[in-house]
Design a protein around this ligand. Structure first.
Ligand code: NAD
Length: 420
């Protein structure tokens, strides 16, 4: 079985396990067991050489009982149908857990964006948007950035959609994408939202332990949007960021890395490798670091049966989607390692995407402090619900989070009924 097929199977198993726990209505269970809509688009794009290439894009809409489909777009060579199905499924349960009026979706194009020029990337984004056509929309399905995509690309996407809309609607549909540059209607605080949200989820957990984050050590895998802003938020809360790894390598300093300087270095050099005053580690050494917290913020399937026995961290903060496989999670749980599940730990991104959408609907702009406070309260309220559910029913944090989400989805189906 391919790793993406296993990923999707694991996503479905989490849902099935939680559905068992609440005795979910079989109709609702059957609906949630697969995506509602699956779209594959094959579209041509002209390279700078004049040659044409046909690219493969996906948009999977898992569920929309709570509101419009919502989820990021990923540009990565490993993107395929099963990976996007798993990511779309997680979005449904993430939005339900944090009580957003959104359903779950995800999309992607199977490319390595680092091998395309800016002009080529712009053509890819515009052509992909055009191919998706009316399958996305401000009240229907709202994309956002994910791995390999960024605010600029959301700007091109918005512009393409606007130009294909009627003149009456044009200024009214900017909210068709979130994670846009602030000048185009993006929200203040959206770029740092996922990393900050992860930091708030960790602070909540430490509150449960009756401890503070001050001086605690953290190792972070991935230094893109989520990893770099997460590192900054955790350092600002007093933590020692002792190691950071990305695609270029791993840097390590027991006394703590200067995160702002590392961000400047990564911007200038394309990654963390070569950062002065730090030693380097192999991937194996990175995962085996004796740290208080390990924060995977890169891709799925990073902590697996192959390396889980080497992990010495006491807490895993799943800032990435699906970084710990089900088998590895069971080993961690048996060893007393606390895992803050992805659908809570990285919900900050979609929470502030929702704030952006609301601000666009009302032609308003909230201050960064306002966004930040709402984000913190929303993450903490969801974390409270997970703690309460766990106190009542037992099980892991991940299971409690899925049970909470399933209970809401079941209730909404009960109230709405199933059409016709
Ligand atoms: P990004 O493209 O900005 O950054 C990805 C980072 O991971 C880069 O630093 C890259 O070098 C690193 N990386 C890739 N492969 C690696 C490897 N094998 N070892 C070490 N580092 C590696 O992506 P992002 O937006 O930061 O997303 C990271 C994760 O967070 C993904 O799982 C994504 O789905 C999830 N997520 C993102 C958001 C968001 O708002 N961007 C929201 C929720 C969840």
């Amino acid at each position: 079985m391919s790793s993406s097929a296993r990923l999707y199977q694991e996503a479905a198993a989490n849902v099935a396990h939680a559905a068992d726990a609440i005795g979910m209505d079989p109709k609702v269970r059957a609906i949630l067991a697969q995506p509602k809509n699956e779209l594959i688009v094959n579209f041509p794009v002209q390279r700078d050489t004049g040659e044409y290439e046909v690219l493969h894009g996906y948009r999977i809409q898992h569920n929309n009982v709570l509101g419009p489909f919502k989820g990021g777009l990923r540009f990565h060579p490993a993107v395929d149908l099963n990976e996007v199905r798993a990511l779309a499924t997680w979005m449904t349960f993430k939005c339900a857990l944090v009580h957003l009026p959104y359903g779950g979706a995800k999309g992607g194009v199977a490319i390595d964006p680092s091998t395309y020029s800016q002009h080529e990337l712009e053509r890819i984004v515009r052509r992909f948007t055009h191919s998706l056509g009316a399958n996305i929309g401000p009240e229907h399905d709202i994309p956002a950035p994910d791995v390999g995509t960024n605010a600029q690309m959301m700007g091109w996407m918005m512009d393409t959609y606007l130009n294909s809309s009627g003149t009456d609607d044009r200024q009214n549909v900017r909210r068709v994408v979130t994670g846009k540059p602030v000048e185009l209607g993006g929200s203040l605080g959206r770029d740092s939202a996922t990393g900050k949200g992860a930091a708030y989820a960790l602070r909540h957990l430490y509150g449960e332990y009756d401890r503070t984050l001050d001086g605690e050590s953290v190792a972070i895998q991935g230094f893109g949007n989520v990893g770099s802003h997460g590192a900054l938020a955790l350092a600002d809360l007093g933590m020692r960021v002792v190691a950071v790894s990305d695609i270029t390598g791993t840097v390590h300093a027991d006394t703590g890395l200067d995160v702002r300087a590392l961000m400047a270095h990564a911007r200038e050099h394309g990654g963390v490798a070569g950062f002065p005053n730090a030693d380097t580690l192999t991937t194996e050494e990175f995962f085996a670091l004796d740290v208080d917290v390990l924060m995977p913020a890169a891709l799925e399937n990073q902590i697996t049966p192959d390396n889980v026995d080497t992990v010495r961290a006491k807490v895993i903060l799943e800032a990435a989607n699906g970084p710990v496989t089900a088998e590895a999670a069971a080993t961690l749980d048996a060893g007393g390692v606390d895992v803050i599940p992805d659908i809570l730990a990285n919900a900050g991104g979609v929470i502030v995407s929702y704030y952006e959408w609301v601000q666009n609907k009302t032609s308003d702009q909230w201050s960064e402090a306002d966004v930040d406070q709402r984000l913190r309260d929303t993450i903490w309220n969801a974390a409270d619900r997970v703690v309460a559910r766990r106190a009542r029913d037992g099980g892991t944090r991940r299971h409690a989070a899925y049970v909470e989400a399933c209970a809401l989805l079941q209730r909404v189906y009960e109230l709405r009924g199933i059409f016709p």
